[in-house]
Write a protein of this length. Structure first.
Length: 184
């Protein structure tokens, strides 16, 4: 299954249409493409939720043979591949759950500190770009996104302490504008 997930991700990143991804998975040695296996690949590999998956599965019969023309399949499925390709974060993880976790950190910074999403993503990238992460929940996920957000924005502060003197907190500088960390 791991090899099939990696192949689906590679094809999606390389710009393949959904029909081509399915065809390649069908030909993958030692892998049997079933509706359940496809659901796992869609969820774990490409970030398609279980609520979104039926929209794609209805385009195929139980043996995963197309029941509509390829153009219709691609029209329905390619937006999910585009969403997968539009990766804001530079970290060594293709796991959609971790990508969402990093997004939660960035969105918290936007809401709490009033910075742009682009700056928040750049701060996350600067801190974690050279690290590798496992699938969600990676060990870092034992902390809430707000823990990382405060650390990335202010440094080590006692954000949980309602009596902390926040007037002394100073925002750390954002990454340089010419840094690779700015992906948006």
């Amino acid at each position: 299954m791991k090899r099939a997930i990696e192949e689906a991700r590679r094809l999606a990143r390389d710009g393949s249409d959904f029909v081509d991804v399915i065809a390649a998975l069908r030909e993958l040695d030692g892998f049997q493409l079933t509706p359940f296996n496809l659901l796992v690949i869609l969820r774990q590999g490409l970030g398609v939720t279980f609520l979104e998956s039926p929209e794609l599965l209805r385009l195929y019969d139980v043996e995963l043979r197309p029941v509509v023309p390829a153009a219709e399949i691609n029209r329905a499925a390619n937006p999910f591949l585009v969403r997968y390709r539009a990766k804001d974060f530079l970290m060594a993880t293709e796991d959609p759950g971790m990508q969402r976790y990093f997004g939660d950190i960035a969105r918290f910074m936007v809401a709490e500190f009033g910075i742009t999403y682009a700056e928040a993503v750049a701060r996350v990238n600067e801190a974690f770009k050279d690290q590798e992460f496992g699938a969600y929940p990676d060990i870092m996920c034992h902390e809430l996104p707000e823990y990382w957000a405060y650390g990335l924005y202010y440094g080590a502060v006692r954000y949980w302490d309602e009596y902390a003197d926040r007037s002394a907190w100073t925002a750390r500088p954002a990454p340089d504008k010419d840094s690779v960390c700015w992906t948006l």
